[in-house]
Design a binder for this molecule. Structure first.
Ligand code: NAI
Length: 349
């Protein structure tokens, strides 16, 4: 069914508030989730509200956190999120990074002790809307093999990058460092269909197309993606003195416990290097150049990163967002689950 962006955001915020978040935090989480749904990343939108609500209800998300923002240098800061909802910590962390980058040209803000922050494009878009370039990266549940390994060590450790173009059109790269999300394997299981070669491995580290034999996901581009996920873990985990590698907590392991995740925002004012107008002009030119590249056989067009999500978002804003009926029914109900997700383990749901 289709729901307007405003209505979907309101339904999600109401449910999250009912589960225990303050209205202010519920509104922020819902804003990040509806951004994901509108841009077509349904895996990080309304479908997560059931899980988040159970976690909030069971105490694994701090609803009354004591945030601590500490400047550690002219351009650096640590934001201790006290295990509040990750979306809130990442958004407020970016607000601070934007202020610092406007004052100093560059800001690096490390967010410690936070929950899952969802689709990272939201945070780099905050910066792009302020004419700033941004990079954000974060830890996630260990479910990917290191290159050559047969057991998981790193998470899907995503990276997002944003740069402002003209007329509110920005380049937004937003990607996990695994070939595919775990959700795609689950989808194949539910449909009893094979997965594509190169997504995942079995318990011997051999690639498999049988979704029921999958024990870990594969990094993008073999050793190169493995290197990227390691970089993410170093910058948003080890450097912030947080659990790292396979010691990072799992989303569904224990919903009463803190996640203690890390995320790092790097924000740069392009005016430190060039004048803003020519920067934005050249970004717009890049977008156009890419769109003008002759498409390969089987492709309709070359898109720049984030373009297709932007098109989906525009359409969703005008026509509403497609939501699975059962998710809508959950959102309008009074239900907060107490045992739907707990102790399922990273690979069980
Ligand atoms: P994806 O594979 O759908 O897209 C990856 C990137 O490729 C995007 O920048 C997209 O704009 C670009 N792209 C895709 N098709 C394109 C095309 N035809 N032409 C040009 N560019 C194209 O995204 P992925 O890796 O599945 O991630 C989905 C979401 O999950 C993201 O929002 C990510 O932040 C989020 N995520 C969050 C995690 C967390 O722990 N917070 C963990 C993992 C992912």
């Amino acid at each position: 069914m289709k729901v307007t962006r405003e209505k979907l955001k309101e339904l999600m915020a109401t449910k999250l508030h009912k589960a225990g978040l303050t209205q202010e935090h519920a509104d922020i989480v819902a804003d990040v989730l509806v951004h994901a749904d509108a841009r077509g990343y349904h895996s990080h939108g309304a479908m997560r509200v059931e899980y988040y609500s159970e976690r909030i209800n069971k105490g694994g998300t701090n609803c009354n956190p004591n945030f601590n923002f500490q400047k550690t240098g002219p351009c650096t800061a640590i934001f201790d999120g006290d295990n509040a909802a990750g979306h809130v910590v990442a958004k407020l962390g970016m607000d601070e990074a934007i202020k610092m980058a406007k004052e100093n040209g560059v800001a690096i803000v490390g967010m410690r002790r936070m929950g899952h922050s969802g689709a990272l494009s939201y945070f780099v878009q905050q910066a792009a809307e302020q004419n700033l370039v941004a990079l954000t990266l974060c830890q996630s549940d260990p479910m990917a093999v290191p290159y050559g390994g047969a057991e998981p060590y790193y998470g899907t450790n995503p990276i997002a990058f944003g740069a402002p173009g003209k007329n509110g059109e920005n380049i937004i790269i937003d990607m996990a460092t695994t070939v595919q999300a775990w959700g795609k394997v689950l989808d194949a299981r539910s449909k009893n269909k094979p997965i594509e070669e190169g997504w995942a491995v079995d318990s011997n580290g051999q690639t498999t197309t049988d979704p029921f034999k999958v024990s870990s996901l594969l990094p993008i581009a073999g050793p190169k993606g493995y290197g990227l996920m390691m970089m993410v873990d170093i910058l948003s985990g080890i450097m912030l003195n947080l659990p790292f590698g396979n010691k990072v907590t799992s989303m569904y392991h224990d919903l009463t416990e803190d996640r203690n995740l890390g995320q790092l925002h790097i924000v740069i004012d392009p005016e430190c290097f060039t004048d803003l107008e020519s920067f934005k002009e050249n970004i717009a030119q890049t977008m156009q150049d890419l769109n003008n590249i002759k498409p390969a056989t089987g492709f309709d067009k070359v898109y720049y990163p984030g373009q297709r999500s932007g098109i989906r978002e525009k359409k969703a804003n005008e026509e509403g967002i497609d939501i699975v009926d059962s998710i809508y029914e959950y959102l309008v109900s009074d239900v907060i689950h107490n045992n739907a997700y707990d102790h399922k383990g990273a690979f069980a749901k």
